[in-house]
Write a protein that binds this ligand. Structure first.
Ligand SMILES: NC(=O)c1ccc[n+]([C@@H]2O[C@H](COP(=O)([O-])OP(=O)(O)OC[C@H]3O[C@@H](n4cnc5c(N)ncnc54)[C@H](OP(=O)(O)O)[C@@H]3O)[C@@H](O)[C@H]2O)c1
Length: 230
């Protein structure tokens, strides 16, 4: 029985990953906050034969993260998929300190705490999958707090990848370009959805990396629409 924890599984890329990994002999820990949306993901994965458990936690809150770790730490995970994230898209002079700190808390501190809390129990062959972004590799005007968080997660993941090699735990980084999800609903300006990739395409990349033999590490996958960046 494989056991996977996916943060932000209530919608978007996280839900697509859950659907892709759902099959018999798989237990999915589906994290999110939106009860109704999580229930929908549960229905989708259970229709594919997976067992699922819902975990609700605000990843901006350290005590909620600790409670979440408690709930899954009975048996080791085969993969921790750090997917949940937020994007505050504003020019520099409009970003509040609260928005800056919340972006760091959800996009960086939460993956740090979850990794620190759950990796010790992981066995050889376990994986950490981080959903980064092309904004972990280049700056984009208006995206400074988001880029800051993804560059920070990039540094963290590169370092723990080296630390965990000796324990035969893989750290896999996925870098999607614009992907058609709700995250874009609050982003101003013209954002043509037909020039985005789908959440399912990101999920296929995640499933591909996890399906490799345990001694094969696909370190990085970058995905984008052939038409180029938005
Ligand atoms: N869409 C893109 O263009 C794109 C491109 C590159 C990378 N990414 C990355 O992919 C990941 C998923 O993004 P998405 O596009 O699927 O976004 P989305 O549709 O907005 O979904 C975000 C997910 O994160 C969860 N989440 C947000 N804030 C949370 C909080 N405080 N506590 C707990 N959960 C929280 C949400 O849960 P609830 O709704 O239940 O609160 C939701 O499940 C993010 O890390 C994002 O940076 C996205």
């Amino acid at each position: 029985m494989k056991r996977y924890l996916i943060t932000g599984a209530s919608r978007g890329i996280g839900r697509a990953i859950a659907e892709k990994l759902a099959e018999n002999n798989v237990t999915l820990f589906l994290h999110g906050r939106d009860v109704a949306a999580l229930r929908e993901t549960t229905n989708l994965v259970e229709a594919n034969g997976a067992i699922s458990r819902q975990l609700r936690a605000d990843l901006g809150d350290k005590s909620s993260i600790r409670a979440l770790i408690e709930q899954v730490s009975g048996e080791p995970l085969d993969a921790l998929i750090n997917n949940a994230g937020i994007a505050v898209v504003k020019p520099l002079d409009k970003i509040s300190i609260e928005e800056w700190e919340r972006t760091f808390a959800i996009n960086v501190t939460a993956p740090f705490l979850l990794s620190q809390g759950l990796i010790p129990a992981m066995s050889q062959g376990g994986s950490i999958v981080n959903i980064l972004s092309i904004a972990a590799k280049a700056g984009f005007a208006g995206w400074s707090s988001y880029c800051m968080s993804k560059f920070a997660l990039e540094g963290f993941s590169q370092a723990i990848r080296e630390e965990l090699r000796a324990r035969k735990i893989r750290v896999i980084n996925i870098y999607p370009a614009a992907t058609d999800t709700d995250i874009w609903n609050a982003v101003e300006g013209e954002r043509p959805r037909e020039k985005m990739i789908s959440a399912g395409q990101v999920a296929s990349a995640v499933a591909y990396t996890l399906a490799q033999p345990s001694d094969v590490l696909i370190e990085n996958i970058t995905l984008g629409n052939l038409s180029g960046s938005l």
